[in-house]
Write a protein that binds this ligand. Sequence first.
Ligand code: SAH
Ligand code: MG
Length: 194
Amino acid sequence: MTNDIVNKIKLNALENKIPIIKDEGISFIISYIKQNNVKNILEIGSAVGYSAIEMALVDTDIKVVTIEKDEERYKEALNNIKNISLEEQIDLIYADALDVDIPGKFDLIFIDAAKAQYKKFFIKYSSNLKKSGVIITDNLKFHGFVENPELTNNRNTRQLARKIREFVCWLKEQELYETTILDIGDGLAVSKRK
Ligand code: SAH
Ligand code: MG
């Protein structure tokens, strides 16, 4: 029953070209949540709520705060969360993540919003991370454009790819964090506090 609803949300998102996380990516995050007993999650970029829902479904005592700035997607996420009866576990916030302050500390922060702003999200939200926490960032491969910018002539796409490359370099330089780049899904960075 629940599985059917999740699957519907996923297929609907894919059909509408909503850039939801890849299957291998969400599988990795779900395993991480289980293995590390993650209970409090902050997500930047809800889209229609798919990944927030998958994470919340790992356990009934998991809480997810997720932020979305696009009104239409926010409304759809709200609807999806309600349909699957996860309102108690998922706190969906309609805002630009760079303009709000979220109280509390989290075991896991999942950055999955505007790629050009990754560094800003990381810096801003690192104060919301527990000492034992982890920041996972999605789309570091950006469909292959990061490694192979010649795949496109689109200036915007190339610029974004460069931004992501710079972000990865910057991440690796952060002394407070130990970052591993995983070739999973569209590329995940796993940054743990040292
Ligand atoms: N995590 C989702 C996919 C998110 S797609 C999933 O896997 O199911 C990225 C989303 O981030 C988009 O819906 C976009 O509107 C949102 N976004 C981009 N910049 C943002 C910002 N500054 N604050 C909040 N949301 C943002
Ligand atoms: Mg993503």
